[in-house]
Structures are given as C-alpha cells and as structure tokens.
Design a protein around this ligand. Sequence first.
Ligand code: SAH
Length: 280
Amino acid sequence: MSYYEFLIKIPDAFRDKLIQRLTDAGCLGVIEQDEAITAYFPETVDISAITDDLSLLNTLLEKSGQVRGLFFSRALIPEQDWNESWKKGFLPIDVGERFTILPPWEKMHDGRINLVIDPGMAFGTGHHETTRSCLVLMEKYADAGAKERFLDLGTGTGLLAIAASKLGFRSVIAVDTDPLSIEATHKNVELNQVTNVDIREGSVVKAPGMFDCIAANIISGVLVQLASALASYLKPGGIAVLSGILRGQENEVIEAITQVGLRLLEQYQDGKWVSLVIGR
Ligand code: SAH
C-alpha cells in the first residue's frame, strides 16, 4: 500500500480545526511542525475530495482576510518510506527534569518517567509546546499539595493523565468531549500499564468532586468559559495548570479566573504559547 503525504501550511488559529477535518476525511495521522503539519492518508482515499476541500478552505481563509491563507503540496509515497517518515516524526523527547515521551516502538529510557504515546489521531503527542509546558509545570507543582485527585480536562491522547499517575497522584480522571480522544486514551493508558486513570467522555460534569490538581490544555476561549467550574472543582490549596493560550490572550483568561476568586501563581511562556498556574 502507498500513502498520500500532504504538507500543509495554515495559520495557527485554524490548525486544530483543520486536523479535525482531515481526521474526519480519513487521515491516518498528523505530524505537527512549527509552521506546518504533515498529514497521511491511505492511497484508497478519495484524493480529489481532499484537495477540493483544502482549496476551498484556502479560498475561505483568503476571503476572510487571512494574509497567509493555506498552502499545501502532496506526494504519493511507498509504504516503507511512509513508515520511516512517520517514525522520524516521533523520536523520543525529554521534557522537564524527568519525563521522556516516546512512541511504543522505542525502548524505554532508564531512570526517566517514560510516557508511551501511540501517535494516533488525538492531539497530545508531546510535540506541541503547550503539552510540554503542562508537563514542566505539573512536575514543578505536583509535590506542592496533596496528591490525591487529579483531573485532566481535555485529555487528548491521555498524556497528562498518564503523567499525573506516574507522578504519584492516587486517582486520576481524564475527560474529553471527543470520542476519538477517549479511544486513544484507553489505548495509551494500557500501553503505560497505569491502573488508576478513569476515562470519561464529556466535559467537567463527568468528573464530579474536587481535585488537588487540574490540567486543562484547551484554547483560551474555552478556559474562560470553564473558569467558574475550575473554582468549584479545585480544593482549597489546589493548583490548576492552564495552557493552550496564545500570547496576547493570557489577560482574558487571567481576568476570568481572578473574577471567580482564583489566584495567578505563575505565568510560563514557550514560543508563542502561554501557560498559567492558578491557585485556590
Ligand atoms: N491534554 C492534551 C490534549 C490537549 S488538546 C495535551 O496537553 O496535549 C485539547 C483537548 O481538549 C482536545 O482533545 C479536545 O477534544 C478537548 N476539549 C475541548 N474542549 C473541551 C471541553 N469543554 N471539555 C473537555 N474536553 C474538551
């Protein structure tokens, strides 16, 4: 079997939507780079439907005044090259002091907290700045309070939930509104042999009770909406790590969380992304 490889440049704000759309169209997986994404499709896919869709998106972006629009190129590549290309996109990476994120075909790294993630469809392979920022901050603050209950709000691949479990949280709940994420999380939890991650499809309402630590790597608009839920879900002394905030949008999130009585403890920046540590 051969595969179609699409190299797509798109403004950041539209990246997640595009990945969702490609996945719905039968995309096998996506490698995210700084400026572009590479997306793979089986050769059996209706290729003209996909190129038409991308061209249409480009027109829409240009019409909406986006300076950069969307650019794409495609190539048909034989299976062995696809495997190589795919695997090269997911080399193990060290994050923070202790974590190594690696795909299932790599050997575990001795002396590290290994997070094994199958780079399937869901977001959160560890190759994104926001995911890495969450891990750095979770590691830094994990021991600041009790390690009883952890909530991963918008779990994607389950990566942060698995990290929390391996950092020693006693019970972890991972929720996501996307059924594909739930599927990926089940797979990754099993790969990591962690037994205390409870996976639920949906949003905050699926995770009742209060938490010592919450991680939410979602876009700022959603974080603003979730502010009051965060206030009621955090135990006194609890910590929330919020990420997915583009630089310049952090103030709206800070305003929303201070309005509900939470405190900003730290602002952390990686590239154009901002993460916030919030305390109650
Ligand atoms: N936690 C992972 C994934 C972040 S991507 C990481 O840090 O890498 C954000 C995820 O949040 C997506 O999987 C998306 O489906 C989910 N999501 C978006 N809005 C949500 C909401 N209101 N409640 C729960 N999950 C949500």
